[in-house]
Write a protein of this length. Structure first.
Ligand code: SF4
Length: 424
């Protein structure tokens, strides 16, 4: 039987990949890492560690009281408030969202509510940063739990990327602060960052002729980049970069990995010269759990079933699946299926369970039999939502995410380039 993470506010020890998830998220807010769950082994770089906190009264409150408070505060704040809920967020939280979507859909959705003074983002840190960059100056963006980071985003910190850029530019014989096109009119290298990255890295791309991509438009963005440069430095997710470039025909030998802990990223100068895509050594702890063996097992147990996975999954998994696509593409794939179809999905459990509930006339299940939610999304518990909404009603703005103008401006340049890049 598939256990739902949405039937309870906290997981029970026997359901999940880590029994410690049965505690409330506040039990790990003060921990140095990401807490128990899929991301627990990933180091949190010092500059991006965001300790969270929840007043004790909210930690101890009955569930009914938390939900009563959320409803009351929402009613009191009316149009001054917009709540955004990510697809990977638990149902106890997204039931209050005015918009449900992926990170970029949500940042754009907030723009359709200009009367909202407060944007409460039930997602993770980089998403709230993007919403702040795209929103008006007089709007405030609130992240209910500051400890809700993203282990993948944190795998590429600004200092490591700056250091890599200097090394790479030295190999190509260009000034890292002023990379100019060659006689062919192309840059030697151009940075591309996945949406799942800090505002500082989006700004880095904006300053160096680069661009942001999402999992929906990565191919379009790479086409844009290859029109302007001989090669790209793609961060933080190696899998999205590799899967996308491979589908475009780039040979694997021309996609060296850049390991920030090794000189030249662990490559020879020759490999860097011949490269088309330099892949940062980053990954999503949730999506890397999916395996080819799980796909084989699904096909054995459900002959004729279809398998769709997210492009943050490792390349062999994407190659073995029937289809791969962003969260939005997965939703559309399921919507286009027929009653009676069986679909195994390789993405975060909350989205899979929601799809299964939306389409009860077909069998939809997660490829991974162990429940392992995104452990940082999991940190947005209704207790945190109730607390920040009560604070807003009282005229205070807790956990505000503010991107300084010197970062927001170049980051917006990279985001605008992405918006202007259209598929051929
Ligand atoms: S699912 Fe992966 S990429 Fe998305 S927020 Fe969680 S750790 Fe980050």
């Amino acid at each position: 039987m598939t256990l739902s993470v949405n039937e309870r506010i906290q997981l029970t020890p026997k359901d999940s990949c880590n029994s410690e998830l049965a505690a409330g998220p506040w039990a790990f807010d003060a921990m140095p890492g990401y807490g128990p769950g899929s991301s627990e082994a990933d180091p949190v770089p010092e500059p991006t560690a965001h300790p969270g906190q929840l007043p004790v009264a909210y930690q101890q409150m009955e569930q009914d009281e938390l939900h009563r408070r959320i409803r009351a505060a929402k009613a009191a704040l009316g149009d001054e408030l917009v709540i955004l809920g990510h697809f990977y967020q638990r149902d106890e939280v997204v039931q209050y969202a005015d918009f449900l979507g992926d990170s970029f859909q949500l940042a754009k959705a907030a723009l359709t509510r200009p009367e909202a003074q407060s944007i409460v983002f039930c997602g993770v840190h980089f998403m709230a940063e993007t919403a702040d960059i795209l929103s008006r100056d007089d709007q405030q963006v609130i992240l209910p739990n500051l400890a809700a980071g993203c282990s993948m985003a944190d795998m590429a910190d600004e200092d490591s990327v700056e250091a890599a850029w200097e090394e790479i530019c030295e190999v190509y014989g260009v000034d890292p602060q002023n990379v100019q096109p060659d006689a062919e009119g192309k840059l030697p290298v151009l940075p591309v960052t996945y949406m799942n990255s800090s505002a500082a890295l989006k700004a880095f791309c904006g300053r160096h002729g680069g661009i942001v991509c999402t999992s929906s438009n990565a191919e379009t963005v790479l086409e844009w980049a290859f029109e302007r440069a001989h090669r790209v430095l793609f961060f933080p997710d190696q899998h999205l970069g590799r899967n996308t470039a491979k589908a475009m025909g780039v040979p694997l030998e021309q996609m060296p990995m850049w390991n920030p802990r090794r000189p030249l990223g662990g490559n020879t100068e020759q490999a860097l010269v011949e490269a088309k895509v330099l892949l940062w050594h980053g990954f999503c702890s949730v999506h890397r759990r999916f395996t080819v063996a799980q796909i084989e097992q699904a096909r054995t147990e459900h002959p004729g079933c279809k398998v769709i996975v997210h492009p943050e999954c490792p390349m062999p998994v994407v190659d073995a699946a029937d289809a791969a696509g962003s969260t939005d593409a997965i939703r559309k794939y399921v919507a286009a299926s027929s009653p009676g179809d069986v679909i195994a999905v390789g993405t975060e459990i909350n989205l899979v369970n929601r799809l299964a509930a939306e389409y009860p006339d077909r069998t939809i299940f997660c490829l991974d039999p162990v429940i392992c939610p995104c452990s940082t999304m999991y940190r947005i518990h209704p207790g945190y939502l109730a607390w920040v909404l009560d604070e807003l009603v009282a005229g205070r703005a807790p956990n505000q995410i503010t991107v300084s103008a010197d970062v927001a401006e170049p980051a917006r340049v990279a985001l605008d380039r992405m918006l202007a890049a259209v598929p051929k």
